[in-house]
Design a protein around this ligand. Structure first.
Ligand SMILES: NC(=O)c1ccc[n+]([C@@H]2O[C@H](COP(=O)([O-])OP(=O)(O)OC[C@H]3O[C@@H](n4cnc5c(N)ncnc54)[C@H](O)[C@@H]3O)[C@@H](O)[C@H]2O)c1
Ligand SMILES: O=P(O)(O)OC[C@H](O)CO
Length: 336
């Protein structure tokens, strides 16, 4: 049987790593990116020194020619920053095969529409949501690129498409679990970045593990509250895409969101922190769209509101902590 043909759009850290995961799973992979030098290096030298220094990649094609990358691809994986997804995909629509399953690796919410990435993909490519699969979990690219073991969630309303995507990425170090709760899985991926910013802010300010444990736990409650209001399944939040990814992102110095939050907590401006962090920290922009989404649905998200106030309204991390702790007393509930 011939290998499953896959195209990965985006040659940054996660796109390149996921191309490696699929190549190691036996797929015939082409990586597409806008940077000619990166494409040449991946194809000719099996390296992507800018995004994955020191990593030796398996054999794969790499190109800046989208038509060539997408021709014949049964699985199309999207790994670009959330805020450019719509316009990038609209430009590539004509090249996507009519039966292709499209996989989102993105963990963000679109500014101006407050839409999840599966919704953006379906609209930009003019395809049904049944053909869009979401992959999300504790998946720090730099660990996976050295083939360290991890698991993930592969979510789609169409079970056969979820299974196809899971088979395309299943290998000895990467274990996918299928799920049909796309709303829950996507909200987990987007909101955990905001909670990681908050944890980083506290750590940068000098607060210890009690503060981090509090923010992670109450952050999970906040994600769950939004998810329930939007129709997600509560058990998703205790799973890999929820608790699993919160732990990885909030604890690891490899997380860009956690790192950027730490810089802010140490007193850097947002502009300087963005430059120091370098690659994509989705929570910075998605914090505003998530807060807007929560407000539209009447959901209280005090940590997210605090992160927005620190990033965009000049609030100090000390004042954010004071504001969070001085809210009215209430009984604890893991879901509310
Ligand atoms: N890196 C990780 O560990 C990781 C893990 C899971 C999910 N994600 C998610 O994957 C998505 C991509 O993140 P990443 O880590 O690969 O980011 P990255 O910053 O490492 O790479 C982003 C890539 O997108 C490209 N790009 C930017 N604008 C573009 C445009 N207009 N058209 C085409 N390409 C464009 C960049 O050139 C770069 O190659 C994000 O939503 C992120 O949250 C990342
Ligand atoms: O580096 P971050 O903060 O974008 O996190 C990467 C992944 O989402 C972790 O699962």
């Amino acid at each position: 049987m011939s290998a499953l043909q896959a195209a990965v759009l985006g040659s940054g850290s996660w796109g390149t790593t996921f191309a490696m995961v699929m190549a190691d799973a036996g797929c015939d992979v082409t990586l597409w990116g806008r940077d000619e030098a990166v494409a040449r290096e991946v194809a000719d030298e099996r390296r992507n020194a800018k995004y994955l220094p020191g990593v030796e990649l398996p054999a794969m094609r790499a190109t800046t020619d989208a038509a060539a990358a997408l021709s014949g691809a049964r699985v199309v994986v999207v790994a670009i920053p959330s805020q450019v997804a719509r316009r990038t995909l609209e430009g590539l629509r004509e090249h996507v095969e009519p039966d292709a399953v499209v996989v989102s690796l993105m963990k963000g919410i679109e500014l101006s529409t407050d839409k999840r990435m599966s919704q953006v993909i379906a609209e930009a490519l003019d395809i049904s949501l049944d053909r869009v699969v979401v992959v999300s979990g504790p998946n720090l690219a730099k660990e996976i690129a050295t083939r360290q073991p991890t698991a993930t969630v592969v979510a789609c309303p169409d079970e056969a498409n979820a299974r196809l995507a899971a088979e395309a990425c299943s290998n000895s170090y990467f274990r996918p679990y299928t799920n049909s709760d796309v709303v829950g899985v996507e909200l987990c991926g987007a909101v955990k970045n905001i909670i990681a910013l908050a944890v980083g802010m506290g750590q940068g300010r000098g607060f210890g593990w009690n503060t981090s444990g509090t923010v992670i736990t109450r952050g999970l409650v906040e994600i769950t509250r939004l998810g329930r209001a939007l129709g997600a399944q509560p058990e998703t939040f205790a799973g890999l895409a929820g608790m699993g990814d919160l732990v990885a992102t909030c604890a690891s110095p490899l997380s860009r969101n956690h790192t950027l939050g730490k810089y802010i907590g140490q007193g850097m401006t947002l502009d300087d922190a963005l430059v120091a962090t370098g690659t994509t920290a989705e929570g910075v922009k998605s914090s505003r769209s998530v807060l807007e989404l929560a407000q539209k649905h009447g959901v209280d998200m005090p940590i997210t509101a605090g992160v927005v106030a620190v990033l965009y309204e000049g609030m100090s991390v000390d004042d954010m902590a004071r504001a969070l702790l001085s809210r009215p007393q209430k009984a604890e509930s893991a879901a509310d």
